[in-house]
Design a binder for this molecule. Sequence first.
Ligand SMILES: C[S@@+](CC[C@H](N)C(=O)[O-])C[C@H]1O[C@@H](n2cnc3c(N)ncnc32)[C@H](O)[C@@H]1O
Length: 211
Amino acid sequence: MLRSLSVSARFWDRAAKRYAKTPVANKALYQKKLEVTQRYLKSDMYALEFGCGTGSTALVHAPFVKQYEAIDVSPKMIDICKQKLMDQPKANLNFSCLPFESLLSDEGSYDAIIAMSILHLIDVPEEVICKVSKLLKPGGVFVSSTACLEETIPWFKFIGPLGYAMRLLPKIQVLSKKKLELMLLNAGFEIDYQLETHSKKAAHFMVAIKV
Ligand SMILES: C[S@@+](CC[C@H](N)C(=O)[O-])C[C@H]1O[C@@H](n2cnc3c(N)ncnc32)[C@H](O)[C@@H]1O
């Protein structure tokens, strides 16, 4: 796992500047995801976002909760987040450079956990989803948006490992909606919302509640 985290951090460090400049591919869909997420946020909540990238989503959601922690494995991504935070200060928002797997918060620390475009980049997504479940209070909300490559580019399972072996790509899981749903159910979640889109390329957006 340590090797894949460092490959991932280096990959996203290299991508950070370009990622920050790239406009959101589907603005209407992104807005819809923000709006649905905010339906679940409340002003007394403690929220965590992991794989926060350049921090755009965190900056939008932070005013809707009491405290918002956002973490990312890439130091360069976090530098961009901190720069943005200086330009748009939010007293309840903190950015830290940390892989989710190393986060040491107590069980039941958060009311909401947000994971946008990240679960398919995790070494063992089942373990990470179980950790999310532990970190949430009962009734807590897990919002995720995940590329399901098994449904879009199934042949990626042949070239992905090659790209990883050559250190050109981070480890990328070939997930499906079914696999994701099963992981969530096994970790003690109920699925409360799923965004149906017409685009085959769209990531699968779900809101799950810890039972
Ligand atoms: C595809 S980007 C998504 C960024 C942002 N969430 C978004 O939707 O634009 C994936 C991000 O996850 C971060 N990441 C990858 N593995 C991680 C891990 N194990 N823990 C925390 N962050 C991680 C990467 O550094 C990168 O910034």
